[in-house]
Ligand binder design. Structure first.
Ligand code: NAD
Length: 359
């Protein structure tokens, strides 16, 4: 079992059954409070019986089960959850437990931060993406139309319990999706992490996977600790996300959402190319990233005629300042550089080289 913490959040990585989870629920602090589990339909079907029958502290929990998928990370679903909390007569000292992927931890954290001006919450992330990224760091929120995470707030969970066993039911594309955020952590901050990740296969998770999750979470934690509100250093974590969120928003607007990490993987490739164009990243390292990402992630069906919409989505990115799109680029594998200005022409060239696929 590995433990780490940042701000008020305590994170444990390892088997949930031998963690402090149940003891916490039955501690003096939480024993007598109401507990509400927020989850989605898939996680409910696969795992809820396990949770309810294994952890005594959950025996009387209310369960709010939501439809699965990014297109449900929206205000209408929040209204449904707020109403359910009112029906259950939930108060500020009660506890929300988010059990699910990044959609659930993002939206559940937002709900916990807004309902009755805020109550405590715990995240139990069940996708790789939420284990290595979405469940910690304090960013919570929902989408607004094609604009990702447009409404939200910084709100740290009390605890995050990361149990890699929960990934045993995860489909391969979802594993690849989370893997993209791990790759990002390597690219912006640790050549070693990138090299370690390049060596593994996700077909069956390697026995040392806990260690790799720990490496990834530790990189994010160090960054968030130094800059929780994204004034500067935290922008490193946005590598791949300016183009990536536009790709994700583009597919959302077509009602054909793709896994977040696929958009980010291709976003990272486009932004690695921008880094090359800016003479920050060497050709050799760009080639290494290019070969690896193309080898792992199936091509997107985006072509030149979609670039105007991608650009428009990027121009509305909430990370922009003074009308300029703000990029995090790479100086080399293992070192990112924040606040890089890029012209529309440079961006078009990068999209053309990395994303344009023949119709
Ligand atoms: N807050 C942050 O810092 C942060 C960081 C990265 C991503 N995100 C957000 O995370 C979201 C994406 O998260 P995600 O990829 O986990 O999506 P998700 O929550 O939609 O989960 C993906 C799919 O996996 C299913 N699933 C979940 N756990 C499972 C399990 N154990 N076995 C089988 N199926 C399971 C879900 O039902 C869903 O169908 C996006 O909205 C993104 O914006 C947030």
């Amino acid at each position: 079992m590995h433990s780490l913490s940042y701000n008020k959040t305590k994170i444990s990585i390892g088997d949930l059954a031998v963690s402090q989870f149940d003891a916490l629920l039955q501690s003096a602090r939480y024993k007598d409070v109401k507990k509400v589990i927020i989850t989605d339909e898939n996680v409910f079907d696969l795992w809820m019986e396990y949770f309810i029958t294994t952890y005594e502290g959950l025996a009387e929990a209310e369960i709010i089960q939501l439809p699965a998928g990014e297109d449900n990370k929206v205000l209408e679903i929040c209204a449904h959850i707020w109403n359910a909390l009112s029906e259950y007569e939930i108060n500020r000292n009660d506890l929300i437990i988010n059990i699910g992927g990044g959609v659930i931890t993002d939206m559940g954290g937002f709900i916990a931060g807004t309902y009755k001006r805020g109550l405590n919450f715990i995240n139990i992330p069940t996708t790789l993406l939420s284990q290595v990224d979405a469940s910690m760091g304090g960013k919570t929120g929902i989408d607004l139309g094609a604009h990702k995470n447009q409404i939200g707030l910084f709100n740290d969970p009390e605890y995050v319990f990361i149990d890699p066993h929960l990934l045993s039911t995860l489909a391969q594309p979802e594993k690849l999706s989370g893997f993209a955020e791990m790759l990002k952590h390597g690219l912006i901050s640790s050549r070693k992490h990138w090299d370690d990740l390049k060596r593994i296969s996700l077909d069956s998770l390697p026995t040392n996977f806990d260690e790799l999750i720990l490496q990834s979470v530790s990189i994010k934690k160090e960054i968030v600790l130094k800059d929780p509100m994204e004034a500067n250093l935290r922008k490193l974590l946005n590598f791949g996300h300016t183009v990536g969120h536009a790709i994700e928003g583009f597919y959302l607007s077509l009602n054909t959402p793709i896994p977040h990490g696929f958009a980010i993987a291709w976003g990272m490739l486009a932004e690695a190319h921008l880094s090359l164009q800016k003479n920050l990243l060497s050709q050799v390292e760009f080639d290494e990233i290019n070969t690896f990402i193309r080898g792992v992630y199936a091509p997107l069906h985006i072509n030149q005629e979609h670039f105007a919409m991608l650009l428009q989505l990027m121009k509305n990115d909430k990370k922009n300042r003074d009308g300029n799109i703000n990029f995090t680029l790479l100086k080399r594998i293992g070192e990112g550089l924040i606040d890089c200005g890029v012209t529309d022409n440079e961006l078009n060239e990068a999209l053309l080289v990395t994303l344009n696929s023949p119709v």
